[in-house]
Design a binder for this molecule. Structure first.
Ligand code: MEV
Length: 440
């Protein structure tokens, strides 16, 4: 039976652990042992991790893998990927190699605008609100000077602020809808600080605006927050080749493969049940790089799926066509990423991942991440439309099952050989391992 606790956050780490293991675990010592196993013996590094969040009791590891041979705009990259799902890194590497021999990936950043909003209510005449907004817009921008000075020096800052009337949707509801250029920063802190200053200035200036009645002077700020929806922070990645170059398997011509592949993409464009799984595969690649480079994968996920629904129905993020003899496959995706600030200068593995990627700008990282998504989708569709997904998946899964049953290196070797010609299922692996152990 669990119980509540007061003042948990004030306890020391070891007291927190004591309470957790004593309250929730039948074998407190064993639970403590597992938590300890994942601590880093380097005290400074452990402290760094402890302080990323609150109430830390240990570290939660994900594997960091790399996918080499990505040729992007004629530069070669080895892409770091933090992910727990087997097959993802192998699939990315395979797709990278495939396109390395066919000219590689071509990418362009289409736009880099980020958005933030001050949501407020105002009970009064809209024309007066408009006049007030136009009168104080320069002051709204001026009052943020101490926040924006550095960003402006580097060429970024506030791009514009608009007043938006949303009263047809919610009574008395308006927005200050602001756009920003945040350069190599993801920009969340910068944008939120600007917005909170806009809100302060807006509310206090309203009290002195002569045209407003007493009621109109009482503007109520509901909240000030960036939007993670960034449809104007867009990147495009593309691969293309002659359909004949897609030839890999004597049984299927390049043209037949291309046609089936394009059909699979069209299905994901039209059918939401398929689109969700199709896009999930894309996010396997995207999230893994976003995570490895210390970026906010929840923000990216939320945005990407809103973008996938922008035309009123959830749809594929990738597109494909055959134009004459040319097969073309591309993705256009919004990505708000940073290569400075946040975890990028704090987490040693994030720093390492960024160095591995030639210390990219945020724009370069957008292109690399989009490529990881496109490559992942290419690999998935190639398997799905040819051999099926399970063949590759289960081979990778084999190792997970063997690890789960504590297989030795010799057992792993023997069973990997065995399953080269046998179908991998959970029960088949368990049975084969038992047979091996029983000397059968
Ligand atoms: C599995 O994590 C991802 C796939 O299901 C993606 C897809 O179906 O396109 C293989």
């Amino acid at each position: 039976m669990s119980k509540s606790i007061a003042g948990f956050s004030k306890l020391s780490k070891s007291k927190k652990i004591d309470w957790i293991v004593d309250t929730y675990f039948s074998n407190a010592e064993s639970a403590k042992g597992i938590l300890k196993q994942y601590w880093n013996t380097n005290e400074k590094l452990q402290q760094l991790h402890d302080e990323f969040i609150e109430n830390t009791i240990t570290n939660y590891y994900l594997p960091l893998g790399v996918a080499p041979n990505f040729l992007i705009n004629d530069t070669l990259y080895t892409i770091p990927m933090a992910i727990e799902e087997s097959s993802v890194v192998a699939a990315a590497s395979k797709a990278a190699k495939f396109w390395l021999d066919r000219g590689g990936f071509k990418t362009t950043v289409i736009s880099t605008t980020k958005i933030g909003q001050v949501h407020f209510t105002y009970k009064g005449d809209f024309d007066k609100l408009k006049a007030f907004f136009n009168a104080i817009k320069p002051k709204l921008i001026d009052d943020t000077k101490s926040i924006t000075a550095n960003m402006e020096k580097r060429g970024g800052g506030i791009l514009d602020i608009e007043l938006r009337n949303k009263t047809t949707e919610i009574a008395n509801y308006y927005q200050l809808h602001a756009s920003f250029e945040t350069l190599d920063a993801m920009g969340a802190n910068f944008i939120n600080s600007c917005l909170e200053q806009f809100a302060k200035t807006f509310k206090s200036e309203a009290r002195d605006f002569d045209l407003f009645s007493e009621e109109e002077k009482e503007i109520d700020i509901v909240m000030s927050i960036l939007s993670n929806y960034v449809p104007d922070c867009l990147v495009r990645a593309e691969v293309s080749c002659n359909v004949d170059e897609l030839f890999e398997n004597p049984a299927v011509s390049g043209k037949a493969f291309a046609e089936k592949f394009v059909q699979a993409v069209h299905i994901a464009e039209k059918e939401p049940y398929r689109a969700v799984t199709h896009n999930k595969g894309i996010m396997n690649g995207i999230d893994a790089v976003v995570l490895a480079t210390g970026n906010d994968f929840r923000a990216v996920e939320a945005c990407v799926h809103a973008y996938a629904s922008r035309n009123g129905q959830y749809s594929s993020l990738t597109h494909a066509e055959i134009d004459g003899d040319i097969f073309k496959f591309w993705i256009e995706i919004p990505l708000a990423l940073g290569t400075v600030g946040g975890l990028t200068s704090l987490h040693p593995l994030v720093k390492l991942a960024l160095e591995l990627l030639h210390k990219p700008s945020a724009k370069e990282l957008m292109q690399i991440v989009a490529v990881a998504g496109l490559a992942q989708n290419f690999a998935a569709l190639r398997s799905l439309t040819t051999t099926g997904i399970q063949q590759g998946h289960m081979k990778m899964h084999l190792m997970n099952i063997l690890n789960q049953f504590g297989a030795t290196d010799t057992e792993k070797k023997a069973l990997t050989a065995h399953f080269k010609n046998n179908t991998v299922t959970h029960s088949a692996v368990v049975e084969a391992l038992q047979n091996l152990r029983n000397g059968a």
